[in-house]
Design a protein around this ligand. Structure first.
Ligand code: G3P
Ligand code: MG
Length: 242
């Protein structure tokens, strides 16, 4: 099905450009990444945009939630910034031009998982410029259930943070969702866990890996792909590990 690259630029080349920005995606391609990961959430009026936090404070310096900001209001905020928070549609245009594939992480507003997944997939269907499908992932497994329902042929990755939800049943979720992959915090990746996931037929991806030695250790465990902010360093490590 999908061939994963050894590393994926996390939120674009986020050590070299503002995270989740068009510049970070262009930079990722320029530095040799073939895939990027980014986060998608909805504005108050339901437009999928590429942003990580619920609140705009850290990225835009404005203390308000994305879930309470209309897309037009977001454009007013963007006009004050050196680097804009892009829509998903704008992002996909850049990915298409740069030839970048993607892991699209769905980050639903609480209570709007179904809508976030549906609108994200609708936009992807209209503007995804590749034959290879996007890899969808989410910590919110309800969003992945919607993805399985409306776009069953696109691969799904079960995201889990064992530090927040140590008892969550990822095996059952992966089975029920027909998952392609398991995405976990690299600090939780042990050889036993990776082996178990792989024996279940899952690819394994780990975030966020900025240390080349740790990346090599994970590849040696047969982790398929690592998410990194540092595309150059991890790209060089990947080349020397080939
Ligand atoms: O998708 C992998 C990783 O991005 C998950 O964590 O918080 O960086 O979105 P976060
Ligand atoms: Mg993410």
């Amino acid at each position: 099905m999908l061939t994963l690259p050894p590393f994926i630029a996390h939120r674009g080349a986020s050590a070299d450009a503002p995270e989740n920005s068009l510049e970070a995606f262009r930079k990722a391609a320029e530095l040799g990444a073939s895939w990027v990961e980014f986060d998608v959430m909805l504005t108050a009026d339901g437009v999928p945009v590429v942003h990580h936090d619920d609140n705009l404070r850290r990225i835009a310096g404005v203390d308000r939630d994305m879930a309470e900001t209309d897309f037009a209001e977001l454009q007013e905020v963007n006009a004050t910034l050196a680097t804009a928070i892009p829509s998903l549609e704008e992002t996909l245009a850049v990915l298409g031009k740069a030839g970048l594939l993607a892991n699209v992480e769905i980050k639903p507003t609480p209570g709007r998982a179904t809508e976030t997944a549906r609108r994200t997939i609708d936009t992807l269907r209209g503007h995804w410029g590749h034959d290879t499908p996007p890899l969808l992932s989410s910590f919110d497994w309800q969003a992945l259930a919607v993805a399985a329902d409306v776009m069953p042929e696109w691969p799904r990755g079960v995201l889990i943070d064992f530090r927040d939800t140590p008892d969550a049943d990822w095996r059952r979720a992966a089975d029920r969702l027909g998952a392609f992959s398991l995405h976990l915090d690299q600090r939780s990746a042990t050889p036993a866990l990776v082996d178990e996931a792989k024996a279940l037929g899952l690819r394994v991806l780990t975030y966020t890996v900025n240390d080349p030695d740790r990346a090599r250790a994970l590849w040696n465990m047969e982790v398929d792909s690592v998410f990194t902010d540092h595309v150059t360093a991890i790209g060089e490590a990947a080349k020397s590990s080939e």
